[in-house]
Design a protein around this ligand. Structure first.
Ligand SMILES: [Zn+2]
Ligand SMILES: [Zn+2]
Ligand SMILES: [Zn+2]
Ligand SMILES: [Zn+2]
Ligand SMILES: [Zn+2]
Ligand SMILES: [Zn+2]
Ligand SMILES: [Zn+2]
Ligand SMILES: [Zn+2]
Length: 351
């Protein structure tokens, strides 16, 4: 499998978890790995192509206008393309085989998960869920989905002149001047909304909208992932949108009822099975203790989950008078100020 760019040597290579959409080895997402995502790139391209076809637009071009780029905005001159990329952070410019190229692939996978668009990428949906999925996909594509166009303010494009209205970008509130590049989103209301290239970011994750693909809703632009999240709950375990009536809500997150399982051993959690949250994922008590058990600096015993627990930097103590006490005079330090030194606790400088 492909190496993980986050875990480096710790991951032996990407290996698909059967339903979580993460790496079985390191638990990072696919996009975190150095994945060749040609199929996903084509998948997104096809969506854009459909969008141009359905809307009777002719500007679609699949091949970048300049060879050294993996992608360029459609229907621009070479000079405009260069001016456009000059507006973006250097590390986000998709020059082939650069960090920007990798960033683009990573963002395509993150902003537009294939399982948000086609039930065939989802794990075991019922016929009813598939039906709802297709409706959901079709509705938001029709109402909110598009690819922004880049135009020079005040220039002639496709034979018509850009309206000479007072342009203001919703994000920074600054006016765009004659001769500057502006981004237009056909779903945006009012129609004279325009964005600076660097201001065209998802209102949730604040990532630049990859390949200028946006969803528009109530005055804001979203990436695909966060637009979907704004309409429906997403399962924190399998990363799919939830189309069932019931789901589990806990700690501000949602799960398919069947997917509320231990992040490590995948045993069922909930009413009878106690769980502990860590980094946004639930663990059964046994896995949690074996993975994250901490030991008391004083008595050396494990600190059980239900035990009172004191911590300072990487050191832990039972929250008892015996364990959390001055190592010189033995007085309890619970609720008092203490001085940690070389892994030991003291009540005062004198001790
Ligand atoms: Zn990893
Ligand atoms: Zn991995
Ligand atoms: Zn701006
Ligand atoms: Zn986003
Ligand atoms: Zn799920
Ligand atoms: Zn477990
Ligand atoms: Zn102890
Ligand atoms: Zn003391």
């Amino acid at each position: 499998g492909r190496p993980c760019l986050k875990c480096r040597q710790k991951c032996p290579g990407f290996c698909h978890h059967s339903w979580r959409k993460i790496c079985r080895h390191c638990k990072c997402s696919k996009s975190e790995h150095d994945i060749l995502a040609d199929d996903h790139e084509r998948f997104v391209e096809k969506m854009i192509f459909e969008y141009y076809k359905v809307n009777g637009l002719s500007d679609f071009n699949i091949n970048p206008a300049i060879e050294e780029y993996a992608w360029t905005p459609p229907a621009l001159s070479i000079r405009q393309i260069e001016a456009y990329f000059d507006c973006l952070p250097k590390e986000n410019v998709p020059i082939i085989d650069s960090v920007g190229d990798r960033y683009r692939i990573q963002q395509l996978l993150y902003q537009h998960p294939a399982h948000d668009y086609d039930p065939k990428f989802c794990y075991r949906l019922s016929e009813e869920e598939k039906k709802k999925h297709r409706q959901f996909s079709a509705t938001r594509k029709k109402d909110a989905f598009g690819q922004a166009t880049v135009r020079t303010i005040g220039s002639r494009m496709n034979g018509h002149e850009c309206a000479e209205v007072s342009y203001a970008t919703p994000l920074c509130g600054e006016q765009l001047n004659h001769g500057e590049l502006g981004l237009f989103a056909s779903h945006a209301v009012p129609e004279n909304l325009v964005w600076h290239p660097e201001c065209f970011i998802c209102c949730v994750c604040e990532n630049g909208l990859v390949d200028l693909i946006y969803y528009y809703k109530d005055g804001e632009v979203y990436c695909g992932r966060h637009h979907a999240d704004s309409v429906k709950p997403r399962c924190n375990a399998c990363d799919e949108i939830i189309f069932t009536e019931e789901c589990i809500q806990a700690h501000g997150r949602t799960w398919h009822t069947d997917h509320f399982v231990c992040y490590e051993c995948e045993c069922r959690l909930g009413s009878r099975n106690q769980y502990i949250m860590r980094d946004g994922q639930p663990y059964c008590c046994r896995c949690f203790e074996s993975l994250y058990a901490v030991y008391c600096e004083s008595c050396g015993e494990m600190i059980e989950l239900n035990d009172g627990h004191m911590a300072h930097n990487d050191m832990h103590w039972h929250a008892s008078d015996d364990c959390f006490s001055c190592s010189e005079c033995n007085q309890s330090l619970l609720g008092k100020t203490f001085l940690p030194k070389h892994g030991k606790l003291y009540c005062s400088v004198a001790c």
